[in-house]
Write a protein that binds this ligand. Structure first.
Ligand code: FAD
Ligand code: SF4
Length: 470
């Protein structure tokens, strides 16, 4: 199809249709219908093909967006998917879960007046369609070396590191304590945003490319770091951040108070019907209060709805405009029946006579002066304390680096927050203070985004290749 330069006026931005609410409220399936070829082409054709595209600069992996939009419009799917894999290891994942309103689409020239190009959904369409057509990365030109690298963590950082290494003839062996690859893509992000089959398909693709997975294997417990350092030419740490942040509320360890991640992980085990599941945390028929306002909080409220909670409240201490979560997910949560209560700061957990949760004591807040990060500080309004009734409370305040005693003996320096020090601009990109160990993703930058973990995993692989002189 040739390009219509007025397409952005003739054709409005259209997002893919959502499944009906009666399905969305009970099923753990992606809520968006896929684009048809015609829809993807028409939406891609709205791109102006800007000479110096802002979308590309705002995308953390600097995808060649206008170029693959043009190829998608012309129906040249295989060329489009090859191009998109030049900069991104998991484009079908980013297309689904990137907060595009803050990244590529937020920077699109058309954004304010005409509606940004639906970049994420076309990115997803290209990769899904290519897989449907039987596309696989072409490894026929790879010249294999005798080098091998141990990768700890099969999240987006580890997988992206493996992707670049294997394409350069270095054998990656990926260790993960979970029974499936993906890290938080599988065990954190629920399947109404990213269906589990997406990563299962990727495991098959990576395995065919020559990546080896050792799942159900925890480094420091099932295998020692010292052994990896002895047997491999380098080690990459893509271990994420798994310490749940708490607010220090009275009674926060009471029965009925849960951290976000164990709740979401237990739900994933149930959805995937995996063996050796941790205890299932069930919100059926419960009055649920989720504390927090980020993407994790949105995933908790929407999971609770699908489990059959009686009602679900999201309580956040700032106003809606200052919520860190994606606007798209807040809208989806609201549509599914979640009640949002803004400007409420939790003070403590209220207990019933049996010592179980009966509510959350909160105080209203007004927004004061901006903090160091430029966000206005919530300040309690005197005399406005009251209790939100609850049978279950989920804490979704974010994550910090977890302790890794198994790393301590190997001279890997951490910063004051426990993040692994691995500078991008070191002698070799993302090398730690132990020359043989590299790191990237959340464990280095603090909990962030899928696409930034992908970016760091890929760049760390370049650092490893330089270090190994491949
Ligand atoms: P992870 O994905 O955490 O992967 C680390 C892996 O290392 C895990 O599989 C873990 O099992 C493994 N591991 C750790 N220690 C060991 C060990 N000793 N031995 C073996 N294996 C080990 N980002 C977005 O862009 N969009 C979203 O919509 C979004 N939603 C999110 C929702 C939730 C609930 C959460 C928690 C995060 C969300 N994020 C989202 C953030 C995103 O998922 C992370 O930033 C990203 O997954 C980080 O990638 P990573 O590879 O660094 O770590
Ligand atoms: Fe946009 Fe994310 Fe895709 Fe980059 S990777 S183009 S930011 S959706």
């Amino acid at each position: 199809m040739s390009q219509n330069i007025y397409q952005f006026i003739d054709v409005a931005r259209v997002d893919p249709a959502k499944k009906p609410l009666n399905i969305r409220k009970i099923e753990f399936v992606e809520i968006y219908e896929p684009f048809t070829q015609q829809q993807a082409g028409a939406q891609a054709d709205r791109c102006l093909g800007c000479g110096n595209p802002y979308c590309e600069w705002k995308c953390p992996v600097h995808n060649y967006i206008p170029q693959w939009l043009k190829l998608a419009n012309e129906g040249r799917i295989i060329e489009a998917v090859e191009l998109s894999h030049q900069t991104n290891t998991l484009p079908e994942v980013c297309g689904r879960v990137c907060p595009q309103d803050r990244l590529c689409e937020g920077a699109c020239t058309l954004n304010d007046d005409f509606g940004a190009v639906t970049i994420g959904n076309v990115e997803k369409y290209i990769t899904d369609k290519a897989f449907e057509m039987g596309w696989k990365p072409d490894m026929s030109d790879v010249e294999w070396t005798d080098k091998k690298v141990a990768i700890i963590g099969a999240g987006p950082a580890g997988l992206s590191c493996a992707d670049i290494l294997v394409r350069n003839g270095v054998k990656p062996v990926v260790f993960d304590r979970y029974p499936e690859i993906g890290g938080l893509l599988t065990f954190g992000i629920p399947s109404f945003k990213l269906e589990k089959e997406v990563m299962i398909n990727r495991r098959r693709i990576f395995t065919d490319m020559g990546v080896e997975f050792r799942l159900n294997t925890e480094v420091g417990k099932d295998i020692e770091m010292a052994q990896l350092l002895e047997e491999y030419d380098a080690v990459f740490l893509g271990v994420g951040t798994y310490k749940n942040m708490r607010a220090g509320l009275a009674n926060e360890d009471a029965p009925g108070v849960y951290d976000a991640l164990p709740f979401l992980i237990s739900n994933t085990y149930r959805v995937m019907e995996l063996e050796d599941s941790p205890e299932f945390i069930d919100m059926r028929d419960k009055k649920v209060v989720v504390l927090g306002g980020g993407d994790t909080a949105m995933d908790c409220v929407r999971t609770s709805i699908r489990q059959g909670a009686k009602n679900v409240i999201c309580a956040y201490r700032r106003d809606e405009a200052n919520m860190p979560g994606s606007k798209r997910e807040v809208k989806n949560a609201r549509e599914e029946g979640v009640k949002f209560m803004f400007n409420l700061q939790p003070l403590g957990i209220e207990l019933n006579e049996q010592g179980r949760v009966s509510g959350v004591k909160v105080v209203k807040t007004a927004l004061g002066e901006p903090d160091d990060a430029g966000r206005r500080r919530p300040e309690p309004v005197e005399g406005s304390e009251h209790v939100l009734s609850a049978d279950a409370v989920i804490m979704a305040f974010g994550f910090q680096p977890h302790a890794m005693p198994w790393l301590a003996a190997h001279d890997v320096e951490l910063d004051q927050w426990g993040r692994i020090k691995a500078p991008k601009a070191g002698a070799f990109a993302f090398q730690t203070s132990n020359a043989k160990i590299f790191a990237g993703g959340d464990a280095v930058r603090g909990s962030d985004l899928v696409v930034t973990a992908i970016d760091e995993g890929r760049k760390a692989a370049e650092g490893i290749l330089d270090y190994l002189e491949v």
